[in-house]
Structure formats: C-alpha cells, structure tokens
Design a protein around this ligand. Structure first.
Ligand code: AMP
Ligand code: MG
Length: 497
C-alpha cells in the first residue's frame, strides 16, 4: 500500500511459527515435496516492506539461517513443504493437469499484518514439473522480484516478493544460465485452474471442498449469503475486471494470461514475459511466444472476461443454472469500464465526469498511438500543462511526432478543464499521485539483469528502492524516468524462464 509504514516488530526467523493451513484440504490437492539443495546460495536482495509485513527485520537476512530457509536448503521444523495441483487453459486451449512445477509452499505464517503463505519459486523438481527442471533462472527471478514490488507500490493487487537468492548452479535454457529462488508471499496462490482441475474430472465433491475452503479462509463474508458460490464468483469477476483495468491504466501487460495464472484473489500472479508500455501501441505483444497476439495489450480486458467464463464454467455445478452464471459474467464489462473510466479520469486530472469525456479519451489514445508517444512520460508531463498558457504545451508536444495533433487535443482538454474550473496546482498534485514517474521499463530491468549476471547486484537493489516510490520525484534518479534508449524499446521477452 502506498506510503504505508510498517511497525517494526523484531522477530528472529527461527521464532516464526509455520502453519500448514493449505493442508486442511485433502491430500489429493497437493504432494509433499522436499526442495532440492541449492549449492552456495547468496542473498541478492530482500524487500524490507515484505520482511516487515511478515514481522521480520531485513537484518535477519544477513544470517545464513534465512538464506537456508528461503532457498529450501533447510526446512523449518514446523513446515511441511508441498506442491499444489491445478490445471488450466493455456493460450485458449485446455492443457489438462499442470500444478506447481517449480514452486514449493513452505506453509503460512501469521503476523500483525495478516496471514501469508510463503512459497519458494525455483526450488527444484515436484511431481508436477513435467519436462521442466523445477528451477528458475536469475534473469526471470529478478523480473518477478522487482515487478511484484513495483506493482504493489503502484497500488495494483499482486503477490509479493520477500527475497531473491542466487547460486552459481547451472540451469540450462537456450544457453547455460544460473539459478535463483524468489520467495514470494500471498494470502493464497489458489488459481482459477485449481477449480478447473476438479471440474474437468467431474469430481464435484472436491470442487466443493476447494470452494468451501476458499470461502472459509478468504471470503468469509459470503458464508451466510444465499448461494456463497455465486457470491464468490461475482466477487472474483469484479476483482479481476478491476485488476485488469488497473493494468490497462498503467500500461502493464502480463504476457501469459492463462487460467492457471489467474489468482482467485484477483492478484497479479506469475510474472513471466510481462512488460510495461513504452511508446503507446494498443496492439503491443510483450510475449515473444504469443504469435497470435492473444495476450496483446488491447486484448487483456476481453481475456480477463474469457478467463472468468472458464471459472464460471468450473463452478457451475455449485452455482446452479447456466443463466445464473451468465448473469454474473455479464457484471464483468461494467465493472471493468467503471474502474478504467475512473482511473483514466484521474490520470487526466479530471474530478467530474461528463458523457463527452469518452471522446476526449478516445482521441487522446488515437494520437498517442499514431505518434507512439511514451505512455508514462505523457501522463506525467501532462500535469505541467497550465490551463491559460499555451507555452506549457511545449514539453508535452515534444513527445509527439505529430505535434499539431497534440495542440488540437489540448484545446479540447483545456475546454474540459474549464468546465470543472480545474485548479492547475491542485490538478498537478493529484495527477502526480496517480501517474507514476518510475515504472519497471524492460530496458532498466535488462541492465540490472546483465550487471547481476556479472555478480553486481547494486542495480537490482537500486531499482527496488526507486520503484518502491514510483510517484515521488526522486530527482537524483531522473535518468530512470527517461525515454528508453533505441536498443531498449519494444524488447520482447521469451517464456523460457
Ligand atoms: P507458467 O507459464 O510459468 O505459468 O508455467 C506453466 C506451468 O509450467 C506451471 O505448471 C509451471 O509450474 C510449469 N513450469 C514452468 N517452468 C517450469 C520449470 N522450469 N520446471 C518445472 N515446471 C515448470
Ligand atoms: Mg504459472
């Protein structure tokens, strides 16, 4: 949460009590596993915010015990590690059983900030690893670690990342790389695919057990509603719609919106070939393997609904009729539009809403697209526009190939500002709280990765600090808010992580 400061409770890591709440579920939901030994692990980065959320202090990560626990080299006496089973639709097709192929759940811990499941990602083979090796490479682990915390700081629901630990252990992808483990936390990692798993087996008993578990622990307010499963679906639909509206507004592309990567809590989950929009392009595809552009920026809202439909189908035996499920799915588009509309009004510094605003926004997106204007820089600079001073257009129009297109649009925008008697100073301050100055641009993370691959972790840690305060000026880091260099635009990222 933005600006939240955590009460610093000191507790040493060996004092932490692990629970195994997930294992209330019958044993068919998971397999007991032992993390594989990771040779000579070293700490690359730790998120102080997440450490405090769990009631640890980051200093504990200087101890070898923490390194051992969060690579899986040592198991806490109370922890019974497991990998969970799930299935899913990948790129629109039923993929059958998947499961935690390289994630291991250590258990959950309780702190004054709630209950958190702790999962190691990249900690070795599980019964669900299929052809994989159960490992994650340093490159993709840095990406997940930084983006989780960047999204949180942007106010976007996400799983969190506690620590990033590396090793020289070789991992074979297109080339030889090295291994890393990200320790991530969330109230739960249960996915849409966890429900699909039982539905496609037509095992309604276990489907119901899972839904009851999720309601009991994460949606207790629905226990006493007329049909708790309908309430659950409706809330997940709303959360998903709103999540994706937040992605669109900030220009985030997930890259692999398969149903096994969709959180039942509406969190951003499983960071792979994600990307933030540089030059605005509705059709941008950030995932190198997504030939058809199924997960292109412009498609994300529809895919979100498609995924909700898959979840609805899986919950159908508990919900009742198809009509009832369809009614709930129909709530997606209004929820998405409502949230996106509010977010875009805020990005434009508009407090009031008028029907004609849609035209103003559509026209803006059109000219941003035509000139491939940097999405983040545009909104940040727009806050400097003064309603009665055309000269203030200059730094903004400089972002456009077609400068006149911006000047024309700015006439409409000024009219609109006048309509609500917008105050320049107030508007600027409000806009700068919703339009980030710093985002995790692909080229920035690429530089951090290359340094880390040469054992220099300073850039990873610097980026973490900068991205924890994306709305603050942090003038000493102005270079991190600049346009990407030529080599760093339109990088697309492979799935082999
Ligand atoms: P993803 O596309 O990363 O969400 O992964 C899809 C499925 O493949 C999940 O079940 C993952 O656990 C599994 N998976 C991905 N990478 C690996 C790996 N290196 N080893 C084992 N399983 C993996
Ligand atoms: Mg996944």
């Amino acid at each position: 949460m933005k600006g939240m400061s955590y009460k610093k409770v000191k507790r040493s890591i060996d004092e932490v009590e692990f629970n195994n709440t997930f294992q209330i579920l019958p044993s068919v939901f998971y397999s007991h596993v032992q993390p594989s030994f990771l040779p000579d692990p070293y700490l690359i980065s730790v998120s102080e915010n997440v450490a405090h959320l769990l009631g640890f202090t980051p200093e504990h990560f200087q101890e070898s015990l923490a390194i051992d626990l969060f690579t899986g080299n040592k198991i806490h006496p109370a922890s019974k590690p497991i990998a969970a089973v799930y299935s899913g639709h990948q790129f629109g097709h039923w993929a059958g059983q998947l499961g935690d192929g390289r994630a291991i759940l250590l258990g959950d811990v309780e702190s004054e900030h709630g209950k958190w499941e702790i999962q190691l990602k990249g900690s070795g083979l599980t019964p669900y690893s299929r052809q994989g090796d159960g490992r994650a490479v340093l490159r993709s682990s840095i990406r997940e670690f930084l983006c989780s915390e960047a999204m949180e700081a942007l106010g976007i629901p996400t799983t969190r990342a506690l620590s990033l630990i590396g090793s020289k252990d070789p991992v074979y992808r297109e080339t030889v790389e090295t291994a890393a483990v990200v320790t991530r936390i969330a109230p739960t990692f249960i996915r849409f695919g966890s429900f699909e798993h039982w539905y496609y087996k037509q095992d309604i008993e276990h489907l119901k057990i899972l839904a009851d578990h999720v309601i009991e622990h994460f949606y207790p307010e629905f226990k006493d509603t007329e049909n708790p499963y309908k309430s659950l679906l409706s809330d997940v639909v709303k959360r998903t719609a709103e999540l994706i509206a937040q992605w669109q507004a900030v220009g985030f592309m997930h890259g692999v919106m398969n149903t096994d990567n969709m959180s039942i809590l509406g969190l951003t989950l499983d960071y792979g070939p994600f990307g933030f929009m540089d030059g605005f392009n509705q059709g941008h595809i950030c995932n190198h393997s997504d030939d058809q552009g199924r997960y292109a920026y412009t498609n994300q809202p529809y895919i979100g609904q498609w995924n909700c439909r898959v979840l609805a189908q899986a919950l159908l035996p508990l919900i009742g009729t198809v009509e009832e499920a369809q009614e709930i799915i129909a709530e997606y588009i209004p929820a998405y539009r409502g949230k996106y509309d509010s977010l875009m009004h805020a990005k434009l510094g508009l407090e009031e809403k008028y029907p004609e605003d849609q035209k103003l926004l559509d026209l803006l997106l059109e000219i941003l697209q035509a000139s491939r204007v940097d999405y983040t820089l545009f909104f940040r600079r727009l806050s400097d526009l003064k309603h009665d001073d055309f000269e203030t257009n200059q730094p903004i129009r400089d972002l456009f190939a077609d400068r006149l297109a911006f000047d024309d649009w700015s006439v409409q925008y000024r009219k609109r500002l006048k309509l609500e008697n917008s105050d320049d100073v107030k508007r600027k301050s409000a806009m700068n709280q919703v339009n980030p100055k710093y985002i995790l641009r692909n080229y920035l993370v690429q530089i951090a990765i290359e340094k880390a691959q040469n054992d220099d972790f300073s850039e990873v840690n610097k980026l973490l600090k900068i991205l924890e305060k994306p709305f603050d000026e942090q003038e000493e880091y102005n270079d991190y808010a600049k346009l990407p260099p030529d080599w760093g635009t339109d990088l697309n990222i492979s799935c082999s992580s």
